[in-house]
Design a protein around this ligand. Structure first.
Ligand code: NIG
Ligand code: FE
Length: 415
């Protein structure tokens, strides 16, 4: 057994039930001042006040006592939307946008996701794996201990399978636990530009059944957007995915309002992500269906857009909310949820308590991992972060600096 003691605040993000936090429970941050935590192997055994350790564990001998030195401790952060499998970065597009080209103009001219697909198809698995390790290391050093990981830069059966196999290998090789998502419906590849129906059929008839049969992904995701997959194509593809046993996620209403939020709610998706232009009707339906809104404000920021997701409206409507980095080489080259929290504080007007819940318990719910991670409770994994901060309000406030001092994953010190 090991003991973690001398925390100024032990932010537990505790939740009585397994459902995502909304309303008052979202506004409240569960924590223990002068808290302590006991864990054995990879599992948390006890969480409480440090003053109770002596009586609770009178006969215990701790094999290690970790002194948090009066710092803040939180659960390991959970990033529920990332695209970490790619062959090459796309910094040129960043400068093209800053010089006035839009994300969609670059995409329509053959850049963007198709640019990444051309590169990924040529790359061998080793390159993808090494790139993945490099960026997962950055995530881990920023306090992320669990993440969702999407394919979506292959856009062919062979290259999508290759990407998902890389995710599987990364999951085994790296301390971060990864939850895999199939995103074959990320864009129409070059060879199907004039036969879009052909690609929809390939997804429905070949890729989805194969990925399901080989159990390579838990979720199926799609880029439902003007100029990419329209609502009818999205409904067909995602209904097929559901029939094959996938749980659903959507890239919805990011650049235009196309009814993505409504469709996600209609199909019972676990989450709809982006949502910058979600309609009032879509918001109401998401609240009713308990579809989690995953906001990706570092993407809006990095694209240099003015409009951010209507987070306050969605929170007021009772939609459960989470935050993610959307880490990818195009629209959000950000591996830090702490940076995402800063941007969400400024532009989504979320409070410190909401932000912390949105990168821990609620983000765990968005990837179905709330029984294992997302809060510091007895029985869950001993995933926690020690921060060079005096209180939780300093996390979104310290910007463009990384206050992580150590990260524990499954009871092991990994940073
Ligand atoms: O979530 N919007 C679609 N997918 C990614 C961007 C992928 C890319 O540009 O490579 C996103 O922003
Ligand atoms: Fe994304």
């Amino acid at each position: 057994m090991k003991l973690l003691r001398n925390c100024s605040q032990l932010v537990t993000c505790n939740n009585e039930d397994q459902t995502p936090k909304t309303g008052d429970s979202l506004k409240r941050l569960e924590m223990i001042e002068h808290g302590a935590l006991v864990f054995e192997g990879e599992t948390i055994k006890w969480v409480g006040n440090e003053s109770d350790v002596a009586t609770q564990f009178a006969d215990a001998r701790f094999e290690e006592v970790i002194n948090a030195n009066g710092m803040l401790v939180t659960p390991g952060l959970v990033d529920p939307h990332t695209h970490p499998v790619f062959a090459a970065t796309r910094e040129d597009e960043f400068y093209m946008r800053n010089a006035g080209k839009s994300y969609m103009e670059i995409a329509e001219a053959g850049g963007g996701i198709r640019n990444s697909a051309r590169r990924l198809r040529q790359a061998n698995e080793e390159v993808l794996f090494q790139n993945g390790i490099r960026f997962l290391n950055r995530m881990l050093r920023s306090g992320t201990t669990t993440a969702e990981a999407k394919s979506g830069y292959g856009l062919s059966t062979e290259s999508e399978v290759k990407s998902l196999e890389v995710i599987q290998r990364l999951n085994g090789a790296h301390p971060i636990d990864l939850v895999p998502t199939f995103l074959g419906a990320h864009e129409f590849p070059d060879e199907y530009r004039s036969d879009r129906e052909g690609y929809v059929r390939l997804l429905i008839d070949e890729m989805i059944p194969l990925v399901a049969k080989r159990k390579l992904a838990k979720y199926c995701d799609i880029f439902t957007e003007a100029g990419v997959f329209d609502i009818e194509q999205s409904r067909r593809i995602m209904s097929a995915a559901k029939q094959h046993g996938f749980e659903l996620k959507f890239h919805a209403d990011e650049l235009k309002s196309v009814g993505g939020a409504e469709l996600a709610a209609e199909l019972g998706a676990v989450s709809a992500d982006h949502l910058v232009y979600a309609s009032d009707e879509g918001i109401a339906r998401m609240a009713k269906a308990k579809t989690i809104a995953v906001f990706l404000p570092s993407t809006t920021f990095f694209l240099g857009h003015r409009d951010y997701a209507p987070a306050r409206k969605m929170i007021a409507a009772g939609v459960p909310v989470a935050l993610a980095t959307d880490f990818n080489p195009g629209s959000s080259c950000n591996t830090s949820l702490q940076a995402t929290m800063t941007i969400a504080a400024i532009y989504l007007k979320m409070t410190a308590e909401e932000l912390l819940n949105a990168v821990t318990f609620n983000s765990a719910c968005a990837i179905g991992m709330q029984k294992q991670v997302g809060s510091l409770q007895s029985g869950k994994l001993a995933d926690f972060v020690l921060w060079d901060a005096e209180n939780y309000k300093q996390l979104p406030y310290f910007f463009a600096q990384n206050p992580v001092t150590s990260v524990y994953k499954r009871g092991q010190r990994v940073v």
